[in-house]
Design a protein around this ligand. Structure first.
Ligand code: ZN
Length: 355
């Protein structure tokens, strides 16, 4: 049942309606961030079409067809040539292609075309997933075009991507696009607690750190995140409460110790959510609406001394810095300058000027 999946209720409704009306397009494109369940939704579509005892046009989730559709026979070794083939589930009508390395290959697309033309072996429809469709190159995309254009009535091809801009217009124009939204912290929190992945307290923190992605909530290192947040809270306190520049520079140095670029950006994310939360509190927003709700006490103290105009400018500064990171600036210099600009008490005018 679609309701067993987390989030994206609007997408659930659309897919259910299309399937119930027998009008599910043959070529679909699922678009949305990593780790929010696009593949599970695609497999639920496959189940709904092939379930042996559907209820109200939905898959039962327990019959032989439903259980086998979720079991994929992925090759054991990453070097295996089998990655270049169709990877089948235990259901003979449901398969998936995955990029063996950086690109999806022509022969994988030919396999989809060939298999799509067979009648279903045991169910009602053949369903093929193309994971990471942004890895189609010109040749493999072209090999897929014909079957996308006119898929047999019993076949559905679902392309999945977090980067639709990388797809050729010819591919985009042949697919019905379905957009997925990031999950809300509450949705992720419920997922973590109802699946007994985390207790109530850590689920709350994890869900808020995950920025909309269940995959991130699962992989995130809670201890590291808590430590990052403590460091960044110290930055905001030094900016607003103690106005201690020497401490700020020390913290800037610490931020640069972050060994990997990835962690550095995570820290900027955390810093931004803390500033935003304190800002929201100073504007009278309720505690429950904060990203870092569990730090509401500390944030309230900060918000009392915070100038909302400055906070808005700081957020822009942080975002500016994140953009600059893309062009490989000297991180040390940039962090020092970010903190000192924020501490200078001046509101940077450049962004508010109208040309
Ligand atoms: Zn079933």
């Amino acid at each position: 049942m679609f309701d067993s999946l987390t989030g994206n209720n609007r997408v659930k409704e659309v897919l259910k309606l299309m399937i119930a009306a027998g009008r599910l397009p043959g070529a679909l494109l699922f678009v949305g961030e990593e780790g929010i369940g696009k593949k599970l939704f695609a497999l639920e579509v496959a189940r709904t079409l092939n379930c042996r005892s559907p209820k109200d046009n939905e898959a039962c989730g327990t019959c032989g067809a439903c259980t086998r559709i979720l079991k994929f026979n992925f090759p054991m070794s990453i070097d295996s040539d089998d990655w270049k083939q169709m990877i089948w589930s235990d259901h003979r009508d449901v398969g998936m292609v995955v990029a063996p390395k950086r690109v999806l290959r022509v022969e994988q697309m030919r396999a989809i075309e060939r298999e799509a033309n067979f009648r279903p072996f045991e169910g009602n429809a053949r369903v093929f997933l193309v994971d990471e469709a942004e890895k189609l190159n010109d040749s493999s995309a072209n090999a897929l075009l014909k079957v996308l254009e006119e898929p047999p009535s019993t076949a559905h091809i679902i392309l999945i991507t977090s980067r639709p801009a990388m797809l050729l217009p010819t591919v985009l124009s042949r697919c019905q696009m379905i957009r997925f939204s990031p999950l809300s912290p509450d949705e992720i929190e419920r997922y973590l607690t109802s699946n007994k992945i985390a207790d109530a307290k850590s689920a709350k923190i994890r869900a808020r750190a995950a920025a909309g992605s269940i995959a991130r909530a699962l992989s995130g290192d809670l201890e590291a995140f808590t430590a990052q947040r403590r460091d960044m809270l110290a930055v905001v306190e030094a900016l607003v409460v103690t106005e201690n520049r020497a401490q700020l520079l020390r913290l800037a140095e610490q931020l640069n110790e972050a060994q990997y670029k990835e962690e550095f950006e995570e820290r900027l994310d955390v810093l931004e959510t803390l500033i935003r939360d304190a800002w929201m509190l100073s504007l009278g927003v309720k505690r429950e609406q904060l990203v870092n709700e569990d730090l509401a006490g500390e944030l309230e103290k900060i918000s009392k001394r915070m100038d909302p105009t400055k906070a808005a400018a700081w957020i822009l500064e942080v975002e500016d810095m994140r953009e600059q990171l893309l062009v490989n600036i000297n991180r040390k210099v940039a962090t020092d300058s970010l903190f000192l600009t924020m501490a200078s008490g001046e509101i940077p005018q450049k962004r508010f000027s109208v040309k």
